[in-house]
Design a protein around this ligand. Structure first.
Ligand SMILES: C[S@@+](CC[C@H](N)C(=O)[O-])C[C@H]1O[C@@H](n2cnc3c(N)ncnc32)[C@H](O)[C@@H]1O
Length: 254
C-alpha cells in the first residue's frame, strides 16, 4: 500500500492506542456529538472507515446502530475484536483501503460514514486524499453525511520552534486523544510531514507515526472540491472555527 513508508502501526503503538484514547474521556469530551449528529440526520446504517481499536464502532453498536467497521491493519483489527469481546458486541469488519472503496461497495450504501481520530492524515498525496473523499461521497446515500476530523496542525506548524526546542507540546488532552499515561508529541515538524512520538510513561515504550499536516482550511477545501454541498465545522465539538482548538470536526452533507 502506498502509505508513507515509516508510517505503519507498530505492535507497540497498537498496544498503547486504547490508553492513548482513554475511551471514557473521549466520550466525555465529545459530550454526545456523535450520537446526536447521527440521530439528527436520521442515520442508522453506519460505516466506520477506520476502526482502529474499536472505540467508536463499539460505542455505536452498544447504542443500537447498524455498524460496518473497516481497517486495513491486522494488528488494529485484532485489538478491536478483543475490545468488542470485552464489551459483548460483535464487529462486522471489512478490510479495504479507503482508495478502493468504490470497487467493494455499491453506491449509496450507508446513511453515514465517519473517519475519526485524525485518520485521513495517514495519506500524504492530494490525489489519494481526494480519491478517498470521493469514495466516501459515492457510498453515502443521498442526504447522508460524512463526519470527519483533523488535528489542528496549523497550530503545530506555527509553534514548531517552541515545540521542538522545549520538547513541550501543549494541548488540552480533553478531546479525541485523552489518555494521561501515554504522551504523544511531535518530534519532527516540517510543512509536509510531522513525526509523532508516543511514550508510555509507565513502561517507557515508544511508538511512532509520520503524518501529513493539513494546513488551515486545506481539508475543508478538499471536502468542497469533491462535492460535499453543506459542511459544518466544529472546533473541539463546538460549532464554528476557533484557531486554538486541538481538533476540528466536519459534518458534511451529500
Ligand atoms: C489514527 S488511527 C485512528 C483509529 C480510530 N478511528 C480512532 O479514532 O482511534 C487511523 C486508522 O486508520 C487506518 N488507516 C490508515 N490508512 C488507511 C487506508 N488507506 N485505508 C483504510 N484504513 C486506513 C489505520 O490502520 C488506523 O487504524
Amino acid at each position: 500500500m502506498n502509505i508513507h513508508k515509516e508510517n505503519y502501526n507498530s505492535k507497540v503503538l497498537v498496544e498503547m492506542w486504547t490508553d492513548f484514547i482513554h475511551w471514557e474521556k473521549r466520550r466525555l469530551g465529545e459530550n454526545g456529538f456523535l450520537l446526536n449528529t447521527l440521530k439528527k440526520f436520521h442515520c442508522q446504517k453506519i460505516f466506520d472507515a477506520c476502526l482502529g481499536d474499536g472505540a467508536d464502532s463499539i460505542h455505536l453498536l452498544k447504542n443500537g446502530f447498524n455498524v460496518t467497521s473497516n481497517d486495513l491493519d491486522n494488528l488494529f483489527i485484532k485489538k478491536a475484536k478483543e475490545n468488542a469481546n470485552k464489551h459483548n458486541v460483535t464487529l462486522n469488519i471489512t478490510e479495504y483501503d479507503w482508495r478502493d472503496f468504490d470497487k467493494h461497495f455499491e453506491d449509496k450504501s450507508f446513511d453515514s460514514i465517519f473517519c475519526l481520530g485524525n485518520s485521513l492524515t495517514y495519506l500524504f498525496e492530494k490525489k489519494d486524499q481526494l480519491k478517498t473523499l470521493k469514495n466516501f461521497l459515492k457510498i453515502i446515500k443521498d442526504n447522508g453525511i460524512l463526519i470527519i476530523d483533523e488535528r489542528n496542525y496549523q497550530s503545530i506548524l506555527d509553534k514548531r520552534e517552541e515545540i521542538l526546542k522545549k520538547g513541550k507540546f501543549q494541548y488540552s488532552g480533553k478531546y479525541v486523544y485523552c489518555g494521561d499515561k501515554i504522551h504523544g508529541k511531535p518530534i519532527e515538524i516540517s510543512d509536509d510531514k510531522v513525526r509523532f512520538e508516543y511514550t508510555d510513561e509507565r513502561t517507557g515504550k515508544q511508538g511512532y507515526l509520520v503524518l501529513y499536516p493539513f494546513k488551515s482550511g486545506e481539508l475543508l477545501n478538499l471536502l468542497k472540491e469533491v462535492g460535499f454541498t453543506k459542511i459544518e465545522q466544529y472546533s473541539d465539538y463546538k460549532k464554528g472555527f476557533y484557531p486554538d482548538a486541538d481538533f476540528y470536526q466536519y459534518i458534511c452533507q451529500k
